[in-house]
Design a binder for this molecule. Structure first.
Ligand SMILES: Cc1cc2nc3c(=O)[nH]c(=O)nc-3n(C[C@H](O)[C@H](O)[C@H](O)COP(=O)(O)OP(=O)(O)OC[C@H]3O[C@@H](n4cnc5c(N)ncnc54)[C@H](O)[C@@H]3O)c2cc1C
Length: 551
């Protein structure tokens, strides 16, 4: 083979580079900022150096790094929030070491950001002002699994797939979200926490029994029965009950280093039912979900529009689009469990009757036909995988923003329609049809259909500023539109939104009754984090946010 001369290589590289520049210019690729505050409150350079030294002494130098090759791995999450590097990354091995990290951070006035696995979709782990990322993945032990009393006590590095695999050895399981199987169980409970089996057993928050949390001061707080020195058990801890204190706190209130959660029996046999409704209206679908929820026979119950279906189990964009065309408009997924196959099938048959009574327009797609619709590339057992271990080892193009609303099922009838109108106006294609990566919705009843969760995901091309703006405004309009109709945004995070430009003006008007709650949470934050170091989002002095937390 003829080797290329240096001049030739140089010329080719030059051409390649200019094409890249042109591409970059045309697509308006977002540059990656490494900028921190120009006038920092915390994280002064000399203090960072001191903190680095003390951390190395305390944790051992192999567990502390300020090397950009390491810190850059923590600069992004799955959202389109611009990248920001932390100054230091630490990996503590115990509750005591986490407390030590906080003590040093307070002494040196350096920010600390708790870090699970970084698959949040709202910039939740991006260190806005830099500082320390506290990566908890070294603490990865299942400390106890009590099969008889059906609970597990875990550390923050325990992932869904780890705990599920261990629980299944004891014919048990936990409720799991549809994010990556490698997401942390504890971090999920500090954040989104929307999971399978919600219609029967509630969301993750309902399954927290107790916790150990290191407060930003370095003090250790225990909640639940263990706070009274009792055995872990399914009983309330001392009142007032704060056993889910950290839920939705998104790392603003401290670091959870242990949690005890409920496990549930894993049925020996499963059977699935796929009621489909091909019309683009939801009144019958919602009525069917009410009836199914109330009968409480299904272990897992969810409704997916075909668009969501495509995103959910399509391997790539092409596959997703094909699935959208193949699937009926509205699909209900129902899983039934039993000690015998007959028991699982009987429950499914009873439910089929209930759905048929709601409307004769429901079709029941047999498993083989579902397989045919899905095609050879899509494995339907992905559903079973979603149910058991979480499914999302991959996803289609782009980053996305999760629109996550909680409301009564009947109220969602109007909210879903409004969400689609708002997103179509803002982000949809010109023929008014939403592409699968633009908007799609699914409903998940929980607590036997008393309430429900509606998710709409808006995907964007992360490398394109115009696309980011288009999606952002569509997302905001649809989310605020839903809240205006009475739905609750499913991730409160009062400390994340405090002082946020626009929100600080809109919230007191839109939700005046939220204000006393926010004031209490903020007072707690200021009391337990006097130097404002734990996932700092806003300034104590001014009450304002200098940088936008979510986008
Ligand atoms: C494709 C996709 C699908 C998703 N689907 C779902 C879903 O169905 N349900 C759902 O609930 N979520 C979902 N998510 C959102 C997200 O992935 C999950 O909430 C996930 O569990 C976050 O876990 P993590 O370990 O990556 O947390 P991280 O992103 O690392 O952290 C999340 C937040 O928790 C804080 N934190 C982390 N660990 C601790 C700790 N030990 N103590 C205190 N604070 C801590 C962090 O500071 C951060 O604010 C989805 C995300 C993607 C990308």
């Amino acid at each position: 083979m003829k080797r290329k001369g240096a001049a030739e290589v140089k010329r080719e590289t030059g051409i390649r580079r200019s094409r890249y520049e042109e591409d970059r210019r045309q697509r308006r690729i977002v540059k990656i900022p490494v900028k921190h505050e120009s006038d920092p409150v915390n994280n002064l350079p000399e203090n960072l150096e001191k903190a680095g030294e003390l951390l190395r002494e305390s944790l051992g130098s192999e567990w502390v790094s300020d090397d950009p090759a390491v810190t850059c791995g923590y600069a992004r999450d799955q959202s389109f929030t611009p990248a920001i590097y932390p100054h230091i990354v630490v990996l503590p091995a115990s509750t005591e070491e986490v407390a030590e990290v906080f003590r040093i951070a307070n002494q040196c006035k350096v920010d600390v950001m708790p870090y699970g696995t970084g698959v949040s979709t709202v910039g939740a782990t991006i260190p806005l002002y830099g500082g320390i990322i506290c990566d908890l993945r070294r603490m990865d032990q299942i400390l106890e699994l009590d099969a008889k009393n059906m609970y597990a006590r875990i550390q923050p590095g325990v992932t869904y797939v780890m705990l599920q695999a261990e629980a299944q050895r004891h014919a048990l399981r936990l409720t799991n979200p549809s994010t990556s199987a490698t997401a942390g169980v504890i971090s999920n409970h500090t954040m989104c926490n929307i999971n399978t089996m919600a219609s029967k057993y509630g969301f993750g928050m309902d399954n927290i029994l107790e916790f150990v949390m290191v407060l930003p001061t370095g003090e250790v707080l225990e909640g639940g029965p263990r706070a009274c020195g009792m055995q872990p058990a399914h009983v309330p801890g001392p009142g007032p009950d704060i056993s889910s204190y950290f839920r939705y706190s998104m790392g603003t209130m401290g670091i959870v280093t242990e949690m005890t959660i409920r496990l549930y029996p894993e049925p020996a046999f499963m059977h699935q039912l796929y009621p489909a409704y091909d019309e683009d209206r939801l009144d019958d679908v919602i009525e069917a979900l009410y009836r199914l929820g109330r009968d409480n026979l299904a272990l897992e119950l969810a409704h997916l529009q075909n668009t969501f279906y495509g995103i959910f189990i399509g391997d790539n964009n092409k596959e997703a689009e094909r699935l959208v065309k193949a699937m009926p408009r509205n699909n209900i997924m129902a899983f039934f469990g039993g000690a015998t196959r007959e028991e699982a099938v009987l429950k499914a048959e009873l439910s089929r009757k209930v759905v048929s009574e709601v409307s004769p327009k429901f079709d029941f797609i047999e498993a083989e036909i579902m397989e045919e619709l899905a095609g050879t590339k899509v494995k339907l057992n992905r559903w079973a995988k979603y149910f058991r271990e979480t499914v999302r080892v991959q996803r289609v193009r782009g980053s996305f923003y999760i629109g996550a609303l909680i409301d009564r099922l009947d109220n969602f009838l109007g909210t879903e329609r409004a969400m689609r109108t708002l997103t179509t106006d803002q982000v949809g294609t010109n023929d008014g049809v939403l592409r699968p990566d633009d908007a799609s919705a699914y409903f998940q009843p929980y607590h036997m259909g008393r309430m429900a969760y509606l998710e709409f995901d808006l995907y964007s091309n992360q490398a394109d500023k115009d696309d980011l703006l288009r999606i952002l405004f569509g997302y905001l309009r649809a989310s605020f539109g839903g809240m205006g109709r009475g739905a609750l945004f499913a991730a409160g995070a009062a400390c994340m939104i405090a002082g946020m430009p626009m929100a600080d003006m809109a919230l007191p008007v839109m939700m005046p009754s939220l204000m006393p709650y926010m004031d209490t949470v903020i007072a707690l934050k200021m009391e337990t984090d006097p130097n404002n170091i734990c996932n700092r989002r806003w300034d104590y002095q001014t009450g304002k946010m200098k940088k936008l937390a979510l986008f």
